[in-house]
Write a protein that binds this ligand. Structure first.
Ligand SMILES: *Cc1c(COP(=O)(O)O)cnc(C)c1O
Length: 388
């Protein structure tokens, strides 16, 4: 078993060894080595995960008191508690789509949907930067696939022209908000491309956008006014929704097909009903959280402008969200910058290959709506003094 040890030593030598940290949290602060650090790496975009009033309201609700903490089974066997269908009905109604389907996590969704839908007569065309879970789903599907350059729709258009006719079905796969560059897809453009064909489906992962964008918090497809034209729109509950699990909205046909073919849905114990009730409780309130979304947008704009002013090259020009990358290049530089910020009281992390392309190691900042102006000002002050 020496090869395990050698492989780990090699990762360490490359500054790429991963560890599981022990990180107690106090609201939007993380406690690390006795220091309190402002969490600038959270996916709790609306600040709901630490909202005690919201939690207490739920804890006192009928649903919370009466629902079990385990489903004890897959939904297809005995785990089919009514709360699942209630949440699916709420999602379908909000997105104004025929159907919604719940999954245990975004990972389960992405690793299960493509293998269920795709076969040897399917071509998958995926953005080069889609999430690891989508890549795993593509690989597991066994379908032919090509990855187009990030957000390069001219290349995607050529691939469709050259290859689509050879397949029974083509699936375009993208995220709406990309988690490493903080930039976004042009969903209406993708809709126009797919509509030229009768057999092309569009699959959009809104993991980082659900809750945070759109008039009622449904995501970027709502903001870009094209929810109805996305064949499979997925989102997670573990990020802005402060819960756990994931969903897709789609046609009734696709839902029924997935229910019969999707292995990560069929062969896994459903999430606890009490968690579903919490998701339902939070999701129901999303339209009323506009002030939090506006706050997030406002502080994100301020931080992006400050980072761009202090580090003219390191931020990808297209970054336009609450995820703000400072690209530093080498692994060592990213690690050093993150450590420097941690010393100043800000919890942010280096992101290294293979999560991002070689030579583009970065510190990834992500904001949450409950960060105060003073806290943001304090961090912006460090942009000038912490340098490589
Ligand atoms: C976080 C994330 C997932 C995984 O979702 P989980 O619910 O955490 O498993 C999937 N896709 C994207 C784009 C993500 O960012």
């Amino acid at each position: 078993m020496q090869h395990f040890k050698h492989a780990l030593e090699e990762l360490k030598a490359q500054d790429r060894l991963r560890r599981l940290p022990d990180l107690p949290q106090q609201g939007r602060y993380i406690v690390s080595d006795g220091l309190k650090l402002l969490n600038l790496s959270s996916n709790d975009y609306l600040g709901l995960a630490h909202d005690k009033a919201l939690r207490h309201e739920f804890l006192n609700s009928e649903a919370c008191r009466n629902l079990p903490w385990s489903s004890s089974s897959s939904r297809l066997l005995t785990g089919g508690f009514p709360i699942y269908q209630e949440l699916e009905a709420l999602l379908a109604a909000r997105y104004q789509r025929e159907a919604a389907l719940l999954f245990n996590s975004g990972y389960h969704a992405n690793v299960g949907i493509l293998p269920a839908l795709a076969d040897k007569k399917t071509l998958i065309l995926a953005d080069k930067w889609v999430h690891a879970s989508l890549i795993d789903g593509i690989r597991l599907s066994g379908a032919d696939y090509l990855r187009y350059r990030h957000n390069d729709y001219a290349q995607l258009e050529r691939l469709l022209e050259q290859r689509a006719a050879d397949y029974r079905c083509v699936i375009i796969v993208t995220e709406s908000l990309f988690s490493m560059d903080g930039d976004t897809a042009d969903l209406p453009h993708l809709v126009r491309l797919k509509k030229r064909y009768g057999h092309v489906l569009l699959y959009v992962d809104e993991a980082h956008a659900v809750g945070a964008y759109g008039e009622t918090g449904l995501g970027l497809a709502e903001m870009q006014d094209c929810v109805a034209d996305i064949d499979i729109l997925t989102g997670t509950f573990g990020k802005a929704l402060a819960s756990v699990g994931a969903f897709a909205v789609c046609s009734g046909l696709i839902k029924e097909y997935l229910t019969n073919h999707m292995r990560t849905l069929i062969f896994s114990t459903a999430l606890p009903p009490v968690n579903m009730a919490w998701t339902h409780f939070v999701f129901r309130q999303l339209p009323g959280m506009k002030a939090r979304r506006e706050r997030l947008a406002g502080i994100s704009r301020r931080l992006r402008e400050a980072v761009a002013a202090h580090h003219p090259s390191p931020m990808p020009a297209a970054a336009n969200s609450h995820i703000i990358p400072c690209v530093l290049g080498s692994n060592g530089a990213a690690v050093k910058q993150a450590q420097a910020w941690q010393k100043q009281g800000y919890y942010c992390l280096p992101i290294r290959p293979p999560t991002v392309p070689p030579g583009s190691a970065r510190v990834r900042l992500s904001l949450t709506a409950d960060i105060s102006d003073d806290e943001l000002d304090g961090f912006i002050q460090t942009l000038g003094i912490v340098d490589n």
